[in-house]
Design a protein around this ligand. Structure first.
Ligand code: ACO
Length: 332
């Protein structure tokens, strides 16, 4: 038996923002952004929501898998930028695509969210609780970005990716291993306060709590170099751990589709693992950092470009706020 990736899909907002456009908004340059991050442009929502992008990507993944929405038994949405606290994004996807027979809930593990959702779905299907799962990674980080902060606003983009997982009685294609890990972030290397932080509760005054509004910073913040250091080490460590669990080596992997936070992180990891950059699907140049969606979009683009054929082994790795990290190895 195997638990196989049957289909993939992705969706990006129509509005493309080139680096040059950002030059007019903050003190930056196309040259600096390309050189330090590998980003040339990103897609930014002008009305698309986390749920609408996710539903579009899910519809494409289902069509690719040749499955109907009513057949879906589990929907997981990975996101750290939902527009609503409730209903969750997975429930929105469910009603949007008409997957009335599914159980649906969200997973938030920041940029590694897609891996944590995939791992969760894999465990459910492996346990025989559900026979299939639709997993989406979707983000509209443009709503969490401080467009006056040049250190962060140049990095992120919006979009969604999705995969269909399914139990198969036969065959050796499918997930070979999946690995997740967490480390604490007491130093606050990567964070975004919730809008709820701005609420004052009537009982706060009794406790002598300060006015909440003053403390709230609703934007995505990070200590760039600390995140860079964590990300490079985590990507290599998780990839090697997932491969070890699958009893494979980096040489067995036809293509790596990692989370894309900075092209230099991918270059560093490739060098560390002694791999040519051509073995990595790099999409950050045209989508930026799409957090919990980026590796799924990368996988979808690689498959659309015919870079993976049946029997090939692929690997996805990710890392993000939390701190969270993980990797997944599978055969196409
Ligand atoms: N344009 C021009 N100059 C800039 C910009 C910008 N957009 N941003 C920062 N600078 C300046 C800084 O102010 C600094 O100037 P100074 O030397 O006068 O003080 C100089 O450029 C160098 O800044 P550094 O922060 O040292 O630049 P660095 O090479 O580290 O690149 C970056 C910054 C791109 C953020 C990098 O640290 C990085 O990619 N870190 C990883 C974090 C990451 O990818 N986060 C994404 C979200 S997290 C995730 O997905 C897991």
């Amino acid at each position: 038996m195997s638990i196989r990736i049957m289909g993939t899909g992705s969706a990006l907002p129509g509005r493309v923002v080139e680096n040059r456009e950002l030059e007019g908004m903050v003190d930056t340059s196309d040259e600096w952004i390309r050189e330090r991050t590998g980003i040339g442009s990103r897609h930014v929502s002008t009305g698309e929501t986390v749920a609408s992008l996710a539903a579009e990507a899910c519809g494409r993944a289902l069509a690719d898998a040749g499955r109907q929405a009513e057949e879906v038994e589990l929907i997981l949405a990975a996101t750290c930028s939902p527009e609503e606290a409730a209903p969750c994004v997975a429930c929105r996807i469910q009603s949007e695509i008409g997957a009335g027979n599914a159980v649906a809930f969200d997973v938030n593990a920041a940029c590694a969210g897609f891996l944590f959702a995939l791992h969760t779905a894999w465990a459910y299907v492996e346990a025989g609780i559900y026979r299939n799962a639709l997993i989406a990674g979707s983000e509209v980080l443009s709503k969490l970005v401080d467009w006056e902060d040049r250190a962060t606003c140049i990095l992120f983009g919006d979009g969604a990716g999705a995969v269909v997982l399914e139990w198969r009685d036969e065959g050796d294609a499918g997930i070979l291993s999946s690995y997740m890990e967490n480390s604490d972030d007491t130093e606050r290397t990567l964070w975004c306060d919730s809008a709820f932080t701005a609420r004052t509760v009537p009982f706060d005054a009794e406790q002598g709590l300060p006015e909440a509004d003053a403390a709230c910073d609703p934007y995505m913040r990070m200590a760039g170099q600390a995140v860079f250091k964590f990300a490079t080490a985590a990507m290599v460590r998780c990839t090697e751990e997932a491969l070890a669990r699958a009893q494979l080596s980096v040489d067995d992997v036809a293509l790596f589709a990692p989370h894309q936070a900075n092209e230099r992180i991918i270059r560093y990891a490739a060098k560390k693992m002694d791999l040519p950059l051509e073995r990595f699907q790099i999409i950050i140049d045209h989508v930026g950092n799409v957090s919990g969606a980026s590796a799924l979009i990368a996988l979808n683009e690689a498959l659309c470009e015919g870079k993976l054929k049946q029997g090939d082994v692929a690997c996805m790795a990710g890392f993000g706020g939390g701190l969270t990290a993980g990797a997944c190895v599978f055969r196409i």
